[in-house]
Design a protein around this ligand. Structure first.
Ligand code: 48F
Length: 257
């Protein structure tokens, strides 16, 4: 049977439309498809929660693809190896408490398992704002990344969710918007974004866990965004904290939902 271009086109439009419509209201909307966002989504979906993840770029994986300075290996400490085991990512012991894994295998496996766990990932979509009610964040304002890149004046669309997770990495973009536009203070010591500090791997990894929490009613931070928000240092290409932070935010939200 000859293939019909119109059926191919219609299949894509119909299926994408279905995905969009069925994710207009979710339990958790995650912003950012780096390691923290992916792991958060995986554990939430495994617990039966409805989760959508929005990623600005075409590719999922955030800052993990390039390992350290494009040497495509990542380091993970022992504490986080159980998460690599859960996903089935292979790794080797380099020396006591330092494990290495191929960054391409890690990103692709995290992505695949997260999608198969039930998270709907929307790539090429940029979160430009939040939906607010007097007391809390209740959703996200979305636009195509191409609209953002072209600087076009096109109004966005909105989705609702019971909780939002900012997993946008160093830029902590959702918290930035809330801090700038929403009346009220963040749950940080100064009520504002504390700002990321210079590299200190050990301290950063510990603080990432502490800083993974609610920052404004309805809005949680995870991964590097947690440290940027609460004033923790950067850690460089060790990724255990990112994985553990994703799991922590998922565990907390599961108890709340
Ligand atoms: O930066 P990213 O990988 O964040 P992460 O999960 O992990 C941080 C590490 O990669 C590394 C590190 C620790 O070893 O220091 O940097 O905390 O992934 C963040 C993702 O969020 C996307 C961005 O494109 C990236 O893929 N993102 C950022 N802002 C937005 C966004 C936005 N407004 N809308 C949609 N996606």
């Amino acid at each position: 049977m000859a293939l019909n271009e119109i059926i191919i086109t219609k299949a894509i439009i119909d299926r994408y439309y279905e995905k969009l419509i069925s994710n207009l209201e979710t339990d958790v909307a995650i912003v950012g498809g780096g390691p923290a966002g992916l792991v958060a989504g995986y554990y939430l979906a495994k617990a039966g929660k409805k989760v959508a993840l929005y990623e600005r770029k075409l590719s999922i994986g955030g800052g993990m693809w390039g390992g350290g300075m494009m040497f495509n290996e990542i380091v993970v400490q022992k504490e986080a190896c159980s998460i690599l085991d859960e996903f089935g990512v292979r790794y080797q012991e380099y020396q006591d408490n330092y494990f290495v894994s191929d960054s391409v295998e890690t990103v692709s496996t995290l992505t695949s398992k997260t999608v198969k766990a039930g998270v709907t990932i929307f790539n090429c979509i940029c979160v430009e704002d939040v939906v607010m009610r007097p007391d809390r964040v209740v959703g996200l304002v979305l636009n195509w990344s191409s609209v953002e890149m072209a600087g076009l004046h096109v109004d966005p669309l909105a989705v609702r969710s019971k909780y939002v997770v900012d997993a946008t990495g160093h830029a902590t973009e959702v918290v930035q918007v809330v801090s700038r536009k929403v009346p009220g203070k963040l749950m940080t010591p100064t009520g504002k974004i504390e700002g990321e500090k210079s590299m200190w791997a050990d301290n950063a990894e510990k603080l990432t866990m502490e800083n993974t929490r609610e920052v404004f009613p309805g809005l949680y931070v995870a991964g590097m965004s947690a440290n940027a928000t609460y004033g923790g240092p950067r850690m460089g290409p060790i990724f255990g904290g990112m994985l553990l932070s994703g799991k922590k935010v998922a565990t907390e939200l599961v108890t709340k939902l």
